[in-house]
Design a protein around this ligand. Structure first.
Ligand SMILES: Nc1ncnc2c1ncn2[C@@H]1O[C@H](COP(=O)(O)OP(=O)(O)OP(=O)(O)O)[C@@H](O)[C@H]1O
Ligand SMILES: [Mg+2]
Length: 379
């Protein structure tokens, strides 16, 4: 039987809970051409939200086309332009003929070449060199807008893992170029999102940066426990199994309401449940997930310095004043300047982040492992 819980892949509507407010806000932005920026830590549900909002929006609005790019693996400006051109053309063309026609029409200057792979995927490349393209990327940066005008469409370009542009060679110049083009667009809007909160905040809320005030910034929050409880119970009853509200709540709490882990833990509990789940099943499933992740957590921990670990220990012990004399001495953290450095570095390493004014672990399972199995803190 198929499991009623899904993680690590995009949820179908049936696997998706809550987020009504965010869906509405995002769809309104799509329909009215407002740029959106979505920021949340890893695996809370950004990609799922954008994909499901897109599906629903295009169903309701026939003039709307949504282009999805994931730039996780994109390492340079040139690769970015190629991907953008390819995806925009694919999403807005009605078939091969149209794609070939549009490529010739809109990207003529770049001397495009189109190849088709055996699985009939098209791939557009350019004969002009990088030097030349870099000087005048206008045709590509305005491609969506030009197509939208010509075909009377509204286009949304969604770019996942957008923070990666900060790693390109001349990030400021590149960002200025993007913004200069994109802000003139009337029929194309952008939805930019990613998981590196500190990098994205620098791109979008630092007034010295080109993308300052580019659009509506949404901070995705965790799904509340009550929603998880009804979701988990429903998925159990739909598949003729039972789980009590207390056990469903325990799943959400153990996974710290983290979307991916709630689904993973719920799935493990479901697998072990014959007809009715029990509190022991929930605890055992949780311990098993922690065990499976142990090796990974050992490696992460080995890569941290003694002081970084002491800093994490202080957070796990809920020390409120990390730079107070007493805390510095108790955990041997050095000076308050060292603490600031430690914090910064651990944020860069994606171990912690400041969320709603509080320093928090990004991975609740790692937090649990570190506290209970490494520092032996009574939890
Ligand atoms: N609204 C939701 N309801 C139920 N489960 C969800 C929801 N949103 C996300 N999930 C679960 O969380 C998992 C991770 O979601 P998703 O990949 O969308 O997160 P993300 O923020 O894009 O992660 P990453 O930072 O790794 O790109 C999904 O596979 C799904 O199992
Ligand atoms: Mg994602």
């Amino acid at each position: 039987m198929n499991t009623p819980f899904a993680y690590g892949k995009l949820p179908q509507e049936i696997d998706f809970t809550n987020r009504e407010k965010e869906m509405t806000r995002l769809k309104n932005n799509f329909n009215s051409g407002v740029n959106t920026i979505i920021i949340s830590p890893r695996r809370w549900g950004k990609t799922s939200l954008v994909k499901l909002a897109s599906l629903s929006a295009i169903k309701e609005n026939k003039k709307l086309k949504i282009v999805h790019l994931d730039i996780f693996n994109i390492r340079s400006e040139y690769e970015f332009y190629l991907l953008l051109a390819n995806e925009v053309l694919k999403a807005t063309s009605s078939g091969w003929d149209d794609l070939v026609k549009n490529t010739r029409l809109f990207l003529k200057q770049l001397m495009p070449q189109i190849s088709f792979s055996p699985d009939k995927q098209s791939n557009i490349s350019f004969s002009i060199g990088w030097e030349q393209l870099q000087k005048s990327p206008d045709d590509i940066l305005n491609l969506a807008e030009n197509i939208a005008i010509k075909k009377d469409l509204n286009i949304i370009i969604c770019i996942d893992e957008f923070q990666n542009i900060a790693l390109f060679e001349h990030p400021d110049t590149f960002q200025r170029k993007l913004r200069a083009h994109w802000q003139t667009h009337q029929k194309t809007a952008y939805c930019l999102y990613g998981s590196k909160q500190h990098m994205l905040l620098d791109v979008f809320s630092n007034y010295a940066m080109p993308f300052y005030k580019f659009g509506d910034i949404m901070f995705l929050e965790k799904i509340p426990t009550a929603d998880w409880v009804s979701f988990i119970q429903k998925r159990f009853t739909d598949t003729k199994k039972e789980i009590s509200p207390a056990e469903a709540e325990r799943i959400a709490v153990l996974a710290d309401n983290h979307s991916y882990y709630v689904q993973q833990l719920a799935q493990q509990v479901w697998f072990r449940t014959g007809k009715r789940s029990t509190p022991e099943i929930v605890e055992n499933a949780f311990e098993d997930i922690i065990n499976q992740l142990s090796l990974l957590f050992v490696n992460v921990t080995d890569s941290l310095s003694k002081r970084q670990l002491s800093f994490l220990e202080a957070i796990l012990n809920n020390e409120k004043q990390l730079t107070s004399k007493a805390t510095l001495a108790k955990y041997n953290l050095g000076t308050s300047a060292t603490v600031i450095q430690l914090r910064k570095r651990l944020i860069e390493l994606d171990i912690i982040d400041e969320i709603q004014g509080r320093i928090q672990f990004l991975d609740p399972m790692y937090k649990h492992w570190l506290a209970t199995r490494y520092f032996n803190i009574h939890w």
